[in-house]
Write a protein of this length. Structure first.
Length: 128
């Protein structure tokens, strides 16, 4: 059996990213280890999630250019929730940048939001 455990997300700054993903989105900080030389091993995940984000600070011009555009403008990450309406309301209050109104699809409710770097996410309340 295989499973995805982490997805690397290139960020500009560890602390700024931690503030957003843990403070705004409510993700748990699973690890924040100083690796020396300004590098840290920073892992966050939604509570109870089996997959986590490794927040990787950009270290050169090529990586910096990819911050916020790791998928060329497509939705990059999909955040499933059992409380779509509650999470949508809470995120709205926290200033999350929703780029559309929630909509109903065959699989449930969905809305696209932009994180602090510009990456697009789907917040999904599945009914199937």
């Amino acid at each position: 059996m295989q499973s995805l455990s982490k997805i690397a997300l290139v960020v500009n700054d560890y602390d700024e990213a931690l503030d957003y993903y843990s403070g705004t989105l409510g993700f748990d900080v699973l690890e924040d280890t100083d690796m020396g030389g300004g590098k840290r091993w920073v892992v966050v995940a939604p509570p109870g999630s089996g997959c986590a984000l490794l927040l990787a600070k950009a270290k050169n011009a090529e990586q910096t250019a990819a911050v916020g555009n790791q998928t060329g403008g497509r939705v990059f990450l999909f955040l499933d929730t059992q409380d779509f309406d509650g999470d949508y309301a809470r995120y709205s209050e926290m200033g999350v940048d929703f780029i559309e109104e929630p909509r109903h699809e065959a699989y449930g409710k969905v809305v696209v939001f932009r994180d602090l770097y510009g990456n697009l996410w789907d917040l999904v309340g599945r009914t199937l």
